[in-house]
Design a protein around this ligand. Structure first.
Ligand code: SF4
Ligand code: SF4
Ligand code: SF4
Length: 327
């Protein structure tokens, strides 16, 4: 468990620095089990900061949003650093973005949080459908202790843990300026749910499986908006000239969108599960991401966002690459 006071004290220290403009972290949301991103511009606001097993949001997407806001007339660019609270997958996303030159390491102050897995919001909401507020949530020896209206509920961790956390290769931050608490022991990795079953199917059966899912896609692009690695200034899906994908919501265009997105994330996806968790029609996007991640590892011995010194996978060329895909 992360010591909340230690976290708040550290956020206060960072936000008081002259070279820091604000710190991004988590605070309790307005209802149910929701958690909101929090932006501390002052030490007073830092008191709202929390970290618990509900803090799923990958915050690495936020420093990039700054770039999209145009400056007002006569406003000067504020070049001070951004502080950010980051668990393992958030730091992997930051590393990947820095490798791609989307951000600079020296522009960030990273408050690293060792993570022992987070709760799937869809699972906990299904378990407590009518609850509008919880008081505390703690993890203890394989159980989550959730206090609601004074009553403590003990739920086995595996019942609520987000599926993608079982195959997480970096629960501890891979880069940080300060670490809150002790590193966690990495756990025995499991293959992502359903991958083995899907791999057993033949091509026709797999197509039937994905057809059923892509048919439900409403092209809300929530998956894109939530993903820290979907930060192109202009997304191909929005272009009108040339128009690569039509706006109409049907199986053909939905398939094009989902395949295009999955491939654009090949060798870049850090497995944070944001895309799947925000999908309103429950498309198992992590099955696609994890399958591609597995292929990338097998073919190139590469995992995204693990090493700041490494070049991005598709930014390198090896003269001895066997190029087996060329017929
Ligand atoms: S993917 Fe890893 S770092 Fe990210 S929430 Fe799950 S366990 Fe934590
Ligand atoms: S979040 Fe789900 S429904 Fe929305 S565009 Fe992405 S896959 Fe489709
Ligand atoms: S594709 Fe999904 S899992 Fe991968 S980095 Fe983006 S939001 Fe995270």
């Amino acid at each position: 468990m992360v010591d909340q006071q230690l976290l708040i004290d550290e956020v206060k220290k960072v936000v008081s620095r002259d070279d820091v403009k604000y710190v991004i972290g988590y605070k309790k949301g307005t209802s149910g089990f929701a958690i909101s991103p929090a932006f501390a511009y002052s030490t007073e606001y830092a008191d709202k900061f929390i970290f618990n097993p509900l803090c799923k949001k990958n915050l690495a997407a936020y420093p990039l949003l700054e770039d999209k806001l145009p400056l007002k007339r006569e406003e000067k660019e504020d070049k001070r650093k951004i502080g950010i609270v980051a668990k393992g997958c958030d730091t992997r996303a930051l590393v990947q973005i820095i490798q791609e030159k989307g951000l600079k390491r020296e522009d960030l102050v990273i408050i690293g949080i060792p993570c022992s897995g987070i709760i799937d919001h869809k699972k906990i909401t299904a378990k407590f459908p009518n609850e509008t507020a919880y008081s505390t949530i703690e993890e203890e020896q394989g159980f989550y202790k959730i206090t609601i209206n004074g009553k403590v509920h003990e739920i086995a961790k595996e019942e609520l843990l987000a599926d993608f956390c079982s195959s997480c290769i970096a629960p501890n931050p891979v880069i940080y300026d300060v670490l809150i608490g002790e590193e966690v022991e990495p756990w025995n990795l499991e293959e992502h749910k359903n991958l083995a079953v899907l791999e057993e199917k033949d091509v026709g059966e797999r197509w039937e499986y994905w057809k059923e899912h892509f048919d439900r896609c409403i092209r809300c692009y929530a998956c894109r908006e939530a993903c820290p690695l979907c930060y192109c200034k202009e997304c191909m899906a929005d272009l009108l000239n040339p128009q690569w994908i039509r706006r109409s919501v049907n199986l053909s265009e939905n398939t094009a969108w989902n395949i295009m997105r999955a491939y654009h994330l090949a060798g870049r996806c850090v497995g944070c599960g944001e895309c799947e968790s925000v999908c309103p029609v429950n498309i198992p996007l992590m099955e696609l991401n994890k399958e591609i991640e597995k292929d990338v590892k097998k073919m190139f011995e590469y995992s995204a966002g693990m090493d700041l010194e490494e070049k991005p996978l598709f930014g390198t060329f090896r003269p001895d690459d066997p190029e087996e895909f060329i017929m």
